[in-house]
Design a protein around this ligand. Structure first.
Ligand code: B12
Ligand code: SF4
Length: 475
């Protein structure tokens, strides 16, 4: 028995295939392979860097799918099914939008794989794959499952180890797929299992890919105390309410945290309230900030800087109170604070989120409401009609932020911050190493089309189960 695990790319550039130079280890594939019984051969192909050898014999193609890679994932699934290889799709997109995915696969997996992956493998070995497997989200890698990191070798991934401490988040921002996938819950791994995993691999630089590492302050503090003796450097994603807790901030520093991706989303408190961005309003004692007291994040940013943390500021742009001018002001704000990185994301309607349903009911969705499949949709383009500008104006305003952010002048200007990037050689190195990579990626990805082919995925396969490989070769 052999399983081929696949990480699909988003799409392609017009003039050539697209190679993602900022690619990171596909952790979910390593985890799945790590849970697969030893007698089963596992291989990983990463569509972001290598050709998938569709003709190489295999017994099951297991593809991880997120919304941005759905179109390409369906193309890949089709190639395998044409060759008679059964396909299972799992991950965020199949979980949030199963009906679409089942049209492109023999089986779909809804939820986290830990509890019943062994059942999938056993069914596949007997040739009796079920059309659907369903397992609730929960604690990751329970029982000390270790990802098969050996399968990541020689694929040119960035030199940073991806790992999980927790999954999910307790907040409920209206645009967020995480909040729906995990139903507002947050699941924390056993500290001992995470520490064992750190010890089992060589790198000392770790990216905890948690959706919100600090969703539960007390659990995080307990883990961080135990992390201190490991003497690693790490980064993660976390919400701004961390700055309300001085003990937590100190533990971040002591345990080797270099910075976090933080969702600032918007500078406008009305936008923040509408999107239910709870953590951006919390202050000491959980007292909600009064609108008149809105300080444009001055105090939390000061606290982050005082702890020498290098912030990756993430914005979602295109909320109902945003204008072209307010988006420009967001760019000025990020430059002023000399963040390490910034993501100027267009607000995206992900299916099954409250935002998606609202925009749908207001008739504001573009691309028939299915931008991720539409042959004309391009990466980082608006997929809905904003209230105070046109979709093209929104696309252009966000691109303008990215263009400005990634110039050499901007990188040099932001670098001169003695509290953060210049506060240690390691921080300066991270700043200088990653800024050019992300600048190049932002430019390359902008406007990229999804999938490799312009025909609808699945149109070559009308009744896939009945087509034999001989018939396909004969056509
Ligand atoms: C780390 C991360 C990144 C990293 C890259 C990681 C990498 N390896 O390349 C960075 C920061 C670069 C990144 C970029 C982006 N990301 Co990202 N990312 C994540 C994050 C936080 C963790 C991924 C991870 O490794 N998780 C750990 C693994 C073990 O968990 P998992 O993937 O959920 O897998 C489990 C189950 O889902 C299931 N499963 C998954 N796949 C499969 C397959 C099969 C066959 C089976 C049976 C089961 C199964 O079993 C696994 C074990 O339980 C996820 C959120 C999340 N919680 O997963 C977002 C997430 C996947 N990203 C998202 C997005 C939108 C993006 C971007 C498009 C953002 C942007 N605008 O640029 C880009 C581009 C993505 C791309 N394809 O190129 C969205 C996708 C939304 C959606 N509805 O699909 C997510 C869900 C975050 C979010 N807030 O909504 N990302
Ligand atoms: S805080 Fe972040 S992860 Fe949590 S619901 Fe909001 S956007 Fe999602």
């Amino acid at each position: 028995m052999k399983i081929t695990f696949i990480k699909p790319n988003i799409g392609r550039l017009e003039h050539s295939l697209y190679v993602d130079e900022g690619r990171m280890e596909p952790l979910q594939l390593g985890v799945l392979a790590g849970m697969t019984p030893a007698h089963v051969e596992c291989v990983i192909y990463d569509d972001r860097i290598e050709e998938i050898p569709f003709d190489e014999p295999t017994d099951l193609a297991a593809i991880t799918v997120e919304i941005y890679t759905a179109r390409r994932a369906y193309e890949i699934a089709e190639e395998y099914r044409l060759r008679g290889v059964p396909v299972i799709l799992g991950g965020f997109h199949p979980t949030l939008f199963p009906d679409e995915c089942r049209r492109h696969a023999d089986s779909i997996f809804i939820g986290d794989a830990e509890l019943i992956w062994h059942e999938v493998v056993a069914d596949a070995e007997r040739g009796e794959l079920k059309p659907e497997y369903r397992s609730p989200p929960g604690i990751a890698q329970q029982g000390g499952i270790k990802p098969r990191r050996d399968l990541f070798r020689n694929k040119g991934y960035l030199p940073i180890t991806l790992m999980q401490f927790s999954r999910g988040c307790r907040f409920a921002c209206d645009f967020c797929a995480i909040s729906v996938f995990f139903n507002r819950s947050h699941y924390v791994r056993r500290t001992r299992e995470v520490l064992d995993e750190i010890e089992s691999q060589e790198r000392k630089f770790i990216f905890f890919v948690d959706d919100n590492f600090l969703s539960n302050h007390e659990a995080a503090k307990s883990f961080l105390r135990d992390l201190i003796p490991m003497r690693i450097r790490w980064v993660s994603q976390a919400s701004l309410d961390m700055t309300n807790d001085p003990e937590l901030m100190q533990l971040l520093v002591d345990s080797g945290c270099m910075g976090n991706v933080i969702g600032f989303e918007s500078l406008n408190p009305t936008n923040l309230q509408r999107m239910k961005k709870g953590p951006n309003f919390l202050r000491r004692g959980n007292e909600k900030i009064k609108r008149l007291g809105w300080d444009y994040y001055e105090k939390p940013i000061q606290i982050l800087r005082d702890h020498h943390l290098q912030t990756w500021a993430a914005f979602t742009l295109g909320h109902d109170d945003d204008t072209v001018e307010s988006i420009r002001a967001t760019s000025d704000f990020a430059m002023h604070h000399k963040f390490c990185f910034a993501a100027y994301n267009i607000l995206m309607p992900y299916p099954n989120t409250p935002l998606y349903r609202r925009l749908e009911s207001e008739g504001r969705l573009l691309y028939d409401g299915k931008w991720w499949l539409h042959p004309e949709y391009r990466f980082n383009h608006a997929a809905f009609v904003p209230k105070k500008m046109t979709p093209d104006e929104l696309t252009e305003a966000c691109w303008d932020c990215r263009r400005r952010w990634n110039t050499l002048g901007s990188i040099l200007w932001r670098m001169f911050d003695f509290k953060t990037h210049l506060s240690s050689p390691m921080r300066l190195l991270a700043y200088l190493q990653y800024n050019p990579i992300y600048a190049k990626e932002a430019k390359k990805k902008q406007g990229m089309m999804f999938g490799l082919h312009r025909r609808d995925p699945g149109t070559r396969l009308e009744s896939p189960k009945e087509i034999s490989i001989e018939e396909v070769v004969g056509t």
